[in-house]
Design a protein around this ligand. Structure first.
Ligand SMILES: NC(=O)C1=CN([C@@H]2O[C@H](COP(=O)(O)OP(=O)(O)OC[C@H]3O[C@@H](n4cnc5c(N)ncnc54)[C@H](OP(=O)(O)O)[C@@H]3O)[C@@H](O)[C@H]2O)C=CC1
Ligand SMILES: O=C1CO[C@H](CO)[C@@H](O)[C@@H]1O
Length: 323
């Protein structure tokens, strides 16, 4: 059996610590909507991940993976491998629950799915509020934030933060919040380097979590495979690592928490074996140079929403959620 990796931790502005890599658990999307785990695939990968040293799991009620994360963690707790305090669980508030009084209701539902009595980190998934039928509403994300402050005070979430906020939204949140956000979760990969937003958030004391770290590597939307990216191949040979490991380390060396998703045991092991090397500064800069500003998560169907965080496009894609 592979040895367990000792994952370092970063300090949050609320005094707590957060493991420096998380396992992503969004299984993707097909014609039937969000793909669900079958045959306990996700529970088993969480179990394996704990054996390998992963201690941080990222989910959301829209991923339908909270239940199997809870089962995987509970199994390892029963086996005496970890205690609840050794594991860091991040989940998110979905857009249909942005009114202040809906926040504890939504989090209690997530806790029921997880079979836990608190989460380590609760993130506002988007600054965008929608009604049950997915029509837009104009609930101010500051109202929603008051709800996140409430659940932290109630002890249901140890730390709170946001995802998919742009810089001006984050600035407003910092100006108007009673409890400052501890984390900003955004898309970060070699084609979406996010230098200005990352440095702004870090300068304000937030820890940045980078989602879709392989966004530009995997073969989707015609993007090249890792092996076809000459710079990453070259660096992989230099550091005796794989291109995927070089990319994950590039995030770690920028003090960003990578959150790679895999349901493959071999790649799981590959993705956590990144704490025994470090990229030289000039190599970090070379990778920064791959930036094209390409977003994979671009929900342009929400672009007429008052709090849509990204640039608008000419032809918005149809919404996969209701109307
Ligand atoms: N806050 C937000 O709005 C968002 C948050 N997220 C979070 O971030 C996580 C990660 O992002 P995600 O979009 O899933 O994409 P990733 O960038 O993690 O890419 C996942 C893909 O990469 C493959 N892969 C994993 N490891 C390797 C490797 N070592 N070499 C080659 N290919 C590999 C996976 O395949 P396989 O499984 O077969 O290995 C899968 O196809 C999500 O799971 C979710 O938790 C994601 C999107 C938005
Ligand atoms: O986290 C995410 C992944 O999937 C969701 C649904 O497709 C996205 O909206 C979201 O940001």
């Amino acid at each position: 059996m592979a040895a367990s990796v000792q994952v370092p931790k970063l300090k949050l502005n609320d005094g707590r610590e957060i493991p420096a890599i998380a396992l992503g658990t969004y299984l993707g999307f097909d014609a039937n909507g969000i793909i669900r785990s079958e045959n306990h695939q996700l529970r088993d990968i969480v179990t394996r991940a704990i054996d390998l040293g992963f201690r941080h799991f990222d989910t959301s009620p829209v991923y339908h993976t909270e239940g199997e994360i809870g089962e995987g963690v509970a199994g390892k707790m029963s086996a005496g491998v970890v205690q609840r305090g050794d594991v860091f669980v991040t989940t998110k508030l979905w857009n249909t629950h942005h009114r202040r009084e809906q926040v504890p209701v939504a989090l209690r539902e997530s806790l029921k799915n997880l079979d836990m009595n608190y989460v380590d980190l609760y993130l506002m998934h988007w600054p965008i509020g929608v009604n049950e039928d997915y029509s837009n509403n104009d609930v101010d994300f500051m109202e929603t934030w008051r709800g996140l402050e409430d659940v932290q005070r109630l002890g249901l979430a140890k730390s709170i933060g946001v995802s998919n906020f742009n810089q001006s939204q984050l600035q407003r949140l910092l100006n108007e919040s009673s409890i400052k956000p501890a984390v900003l979760q955004i898309e970060v990969h070699t084609q979406m380097v996010q230098a200005p937003l990352v440095s702004f958030a870090q300068s304000q004391g937030l820890v940045v979590m980078g989602y879709s770290p392989f966004g530009s590597l995997v073969e989707r939307f015609g993007a090249p495979k890792p092996s076809s990216q000459p710079l990453l191949e070259e660096l992989a040979a230099k550091y005796q690592k794989t291109p995927a490991q070089v990319v994950l380390r590039w995030l770690v060396d920028r003090n960003i928490i990578p959150m790679p998703k895999t349901v493959n045991s071999k790649r799981l092991q590959e993705n956590i074996n990144i704490f025994d090397f470090q990229l030289e500064k000039e190599d970090i800069e070379k990778i920064n140079g791959l930036d094209t500003g390409l977003r994979f998560t671009l929900p342009s169907f929400w672009q007429d929403h008052l709090y849509y965080p990204f640039e608008k496009v000419e032809n918005p894609i149809p919404s996969p959620f209701g109307k």
